[in-house]
Design a protein around this ligand. Sequence first.
Ligand code: SF4
Length: 696
Amino acid sequence: MQKHYRTCNICEALCGIEITHEGENIISIKGDKKDPLSRGHICPKAVALQDFYFDEDRLRSPLKKTADGFKEISWNEALDFTVAKIKEVQSKYGDNAVATFLGNPNAHNVGNLLFMRPFIKALKTKSRFSASTVDQMPHHVAALHMLGHSILNPVPDLDRTNFLLVMGGNPLVSNGSMMASPDIGKRLRSIQERGGKIVVIDPRKTETAKKADEHLFIKPESDAVLLLAMIHVLIEENKIRLNHLKDHVTGLEEIKKLAKKYTPEKAENLTGIKAEKIRSLTLEMVAADKAVLYSRMGLSTQTFGGLCIWLSNIFNILNGNYDKEGGMMFPRPAIDPISFSPKKGRPKHKSIPVSRVRKLPKYLGETPSASLADEIETEGEGQIKALVCIAGNPVLSVPNGKRLEKAFEKLDFIVCSDIYLTETSKHADIIFPATSGLETSQYDITFLNLAIRNIAKYSPALFPKKGNVKHDWEILAALTARLKGQENSGQSPEMLIDMALHMGHYAKEGLSLEKLKAHPHGIDLGPLTSCLKDRLQTDDDTVRLAPQVFLDDLKRLDESIQNKTLNDDFPFQMIGRRLLRQHNTWTHNSHRLSKGRNECTLLINPKDAERKDISSGEYILVKSRVGEINVEAEVTDEIMEGVLSLPQGFGASKKSKMKVAAAQNSVSINDLTDDMRVDALTGNAALNGVHVDISK
Ligand code: SF4
């Protein structure tokens, strides 16, 4: 019997796990008590890692679509055919006619991260799409304009704060998002045990809200107004504290000017939160000294996502809790993605590039995924004719998935790399079968840059590849070599990890891959420290409070406030929700994660249910501008009146192991979300606040 230690790479929490096994026979999967970040915590998904390894529904050989369905082919044939088709499309229609779509698992897979860049470079396409623009792009846009680099994102110092305000996030279920904070339950309890306070503002009384000291309902998409009112209170009460950033901040006068008109009284009607509550909450955060506002998905995936994240940063900065213990802080990761960027002083472009069809902003070189169907359907130079999809399922994860699915039929060629035949990969001409978590080695480059404590950890693969599969990085390297007409570079993730560690912040202390291998539980590099002044990437080394793009976008907010009318056709607003036992679109085939009661339900407030004569357990029709679904109703006062909530990630078609009930109940929220609703400032999809109607 052996023990294997690794980091679970399903989500951003980075939990350390201890796997006891006898060869391929897994005896147990438990939390690794010696992991310096997760301290023994895991969630049910970690135990399911074995399900994805053994799953009989996994793809085990490269597939090619034929008139008689998919047929197994050799790797060489699959890779050669793919590159020939890519070259054919590009020579006929231009380089940008081949698009890439990268799903969320790429961010959790070190091989993909390291080998993706050379692949995209070899592909020479500017038609790049990813899960980032249906999730967190507003965070990157705020970081870019305020701090000079899109991935210089702060995280709440949960272990030392005395006041945590959560807006649009549910960390008890996510274990942190845009922050790696495993063992979150204990961490939140500790805030309360040391006399601190947790407040949650959300249109749903989330799992986190139930454990918080206070929960306030807020009308969907009014968060920017609330944040402006809170900033107004800070200024009105003369409570601005810039502390050590005093000489490193520009734009304060503009903020003072603009916040004047957004009084708590004005915000009361728009948000549903009383003016006096807005004042007292703000002043409580001032008094708490170590206080932090954490804003997440509900704020970033709405029509004012960019404004919300910008204003959240401003609130933390003006309240003296930025780059300071107990406030928002910046990790100092052992492999620092920022150090690979060439120079300070971004954004370089005077104007942000825009997409071909809808002229949406392209940040990080990415066209908003909400516009992928437009770019396929609209003729002209740059029209997309082929798609390379790596670990993504945009039919389920992008708004108006049904339209996208139809658009895929117009493409000349689709190639996917996936572990399953999915709603997206079933449209592919070639599918590369990829390895899953237990077959890969891991060093989390993305999320150690968002961890609430500095650590470094490397995990080797536990099992050999099962079947005729390859690692995504091997597929990317093979495609890159063929596209360039060169030999494979022969590099491995381990070589690149070691090289990056030697260039990193802890190289002087001797941090190397060898050292990490000798410490299978990970190495604790200590609590977060004040380091923004060293890490700022703006030309003048200042934090820019008032970048013009945000000031301009306030006009859009004002117009929406003035023109707010009731939508008679679609009187409800729908929000998403995340579940503990599922992760995005790909974990539903695990029996242990899908068993039990149907979780794909639409939450409805009792007053709305009464008006519509709807009871819990009934299947009801939900309609939006783009589509309709039938879903089980769940009547609960945990959701605000006028708001409905449906979980994200469902809609996977039945596979042989999927429980019949789970498959039948599974509907995709993105059959309702509207691809025309985006945050105009960042191009991020507005998945929350979608206008819908319901009927019996
Ligand atoms: S929270 Fe769950 S899925 Fe996420 S890393 Fe931890 S064990 Fe894995």
